[in-house]
Design a binder for this molecule. Structure first.
Ligand SMILES: Cc1cc2nc3c(=O)[nH]c(=O)nc-3n(C[C@H](O)[C@H](O)[C@H](O)COP(=O)(O)OP(=O)(O)OC[C@H]3O[C@@H](n4cnc5c(N)ncnc54)[C@H](O)[C@@H]3O)c2cc1C
Length: 301
C-alpha cells in the first residue's frame, strides 16, 4: 500500500486528510512534532504516527529531514493542512525534493498513483482540475474532507535532525483573542458599512438573539482594528449554517472564505454589491434600520 505522509498542526484537519487517504485505500502516516501531538494524532484513524521530535521547535526546522524521510521510504504524497506551518513545511519539502505542489485543494482522488485534484483560483472564481504524478505535495484547508473513523494506532519515534542553522531561543504562548470562527455554526459579519466602532453593538444584538459569533471583513480587522479575526481568502475560512453579512460588499477575497456557508443573508444599501451574488437572501437597505428591526422581530419569535 502506498504511503501518504500527513502533517497538520490542527488535529481536525489531520483527521480529515486521514479520512481522504483511508477512503483512497492508501496508508496514512501522521507526522507528530511533539509527544502531546502524537497522543492526539494516534486516535484519528491513521495507520501510524511518526514522532519526529520533542524539542518544541517549528516543524519547518525539520523540512530537510522530512524530505529525506519521505524520499527514502518511497512515499507517494505529503499532504499538509493549509495553515501557516503546514504550507511552510509543504513548500520547503517540495522545494528540497524539486517536486510538484498543489496548494489549497478542494477535492482530490487517486487514479492509481496519480493524484487528481481540484483547487480554486482567481479568488475562488475558477476551479482548476489538475493531475500530479510522482511524489508531490498538497495542502488542504479545513473542512474539505470527511474525517476518518476514529481508531488508535501505534506511535513510532524517529528523531530527525533539525536545521542546525536555526536555534530556538524561547517560546512564549500568545493570548488568543476572540472565538474560533471556523467552527461557528452562525456568524453575523460586519463590513465598512458599519460607521463607528460602537455600532458593532447592532451586530452583537442580532448575534445574541441568533446565538451567533461576530465576524468581519479584512478592512474592519486590519484597517480599523475593531475585531481580531477576519473572514476570507487570507483570513479564516468559515462553513456556518447561517452567515449574515451587514454592510459588507462581498469582494471576491471575502466570498472565497464564506462560499461553503449553508445559508447566506446580506444587508447592503447598494443593490449592485457583489455580496448579493453570493447571498441566498438579500435585503437592499440601511443596516442601521434593517438589522435592529430584524433583531426585534426575532426576539418576538
Ligand atoms: C490580496 C488581497 C487579499 C484580501 N483578502 C481579503 C480577505 O480574506 N477577506 C476580506 O474580507 N477582504 C480581503 N481583501 C480586501 C477586499 O478586497 C475588500 O477590500 C474588503 O473585503 C472590503 O471590505 P468591506 O466589505 O468591509 O468594505 P467595502 O467594500 O467598502 O463595503 C462596504 C459595504 O457597505 C455598504 N454600506 C455602506 N453603508 C451601509 C449601510 N448604512 N447599510 C448597509 N450597507 C451599507 C456599501 O454599499 C458597501 O457594499 C483582500 C484584498 C487583497 C488585495
Amino acid at each position: 500500500m502506498a504511503d501518504i505522509y500527513i502533517y497538520s498542526d490542527k488535529p481536525d484537519v489531520a483527521a480529515e486528510i486521514t479520512g481522504f487517504v483511508k477512503r483512497e485505500k492508501k496508508k496514512a502516516i501522521l507526522l507528530a512534532e511533539s509527544k502531546e501531538a502524537a497522543d492526539v494524532l494516534k486516535k484519528l484513524g491513521a495507520d501510524a504516527v511518526l514522532l519526529i521530535s520533542g524539542d518544541g521547535r517549528r516543524i519547518n526546522d525539520y523540512a530537510e529531514a522530512i524530505a529525506g524521510l519521505t524520499k527514502a521510504k518511497g512515499g507517494l504524497l505529503l499532504a499538509v493542512g493549509s495553515t501557516v506551518a503546514g504550507r511552510e513545511l509543504g513548500a520547503s519539502v517540495a522545494g528540497r525534493l524539486g517536486c510538484a505542489m498543489i496548494s489549497d485543494v478542494r477535492a482530490a482522488r487517486f487514479e492509481g498513483d496519480v493524484l487528481c485534484a481540484e483547487k480554486m483560483t482567481f479568488g475562488g472564481a475558477v476551479i482548476h482540475a489538475e493531475k500530479m504524478s510522482g511524489f508531490g505535495v498538497i495542502s488542504v484547508p479545513a473542512g474539505v474532507f470527511e474525517k476518518a473513523d476514529p481508531a488508535e494506532c501505534g506511535v513510532e519515534e524517529v528523531p530527525l535532525p533539525a536545521d542546525a542553522r536555526i536555534s530556538l531561543i524561547k517560546t512564549q504562548p500568545v493570548v488568543k483573542q476572540g472565538v474560533d470562527l471556523s467552527k461557528a455554526q452562525k456568524i453575523v459579519s460586519i463590513g465598512l458599512g458599519v460607521n463607528k466602532e460602537e455600532d458593532i453593538q447592532i451586530a452583537r444584538d442580532l448575534a445574541e438573539v441568533l446565538g451567533a459569533e461576530i465576524g468581519c471583513s479584512r478592512s474592519i480587522a486590519e484597517d480599523r482594528k475593531w475585531l481580531p479575526d477576519y473572514i476570507g481568502m487570507t483570513g479564516v475560512t468559515v462553513k456556518p449554517q447561517l452567515y449574515f453579512a451587514m454592510g459588507l460588499s462581498g469582494q471576491i477575497q471575502h466570498v472565497f472564505g464564506i462560499r461553503d456557508s449553508k445559508l447566506i443573508v446580506a444587508v447592503d444599501t447598494n443593490d449592485k454589491a457583489p455580496i448579493f451574488r453570493a447571498a441566498d437572501y438579500g435585503i437592499v437597505g440601511d443596516l442601521y434600520e434593517v438589522v435592529p428591526m430584524l433583531t426585534e422581530a426575532i426576539k418576538k419569535l
